[in-house]
Design a protein. Sequence first.
Length: 130
Amino acid sequence: MPNDVQEVPKLAAFVDEVCEAAGMDMPTTMQMNLAIEEAVVNVMEYAYPAGTKGEVRIEVQIHDTYVEFTLSDDGKPFNPTDKGEVDTTLSAEERSIGGLGIMLVKHYMDKVKYKYVDGQNVLTLRKNLK
């Protein structure tokens, strides 16, 4: 999908279809939508310089015991898993900017893995099926 936040509603419909196919319940589907949206919007906002066209590729595999989303882009290298934990005990004014999105992704997903290979950011998000 293009790096255009106007396309995000299409992403939500896609995630809903994947979660339904995997047999996930509604609360888990909502968590998945939030986590995937956060990850994709971060790519849209930060991987490419403002005004630059780019894309986020999204692949999904549904296995017997887990669902795995792989997001890839050829924007500037960035490892979101390197971001330290956000201290949510601090007020919004005291906290540094950023980090809440990846915190949500890490919270809702069972495994989050990043690699930079062949000029591509590759973020793998896994959710176990219960």
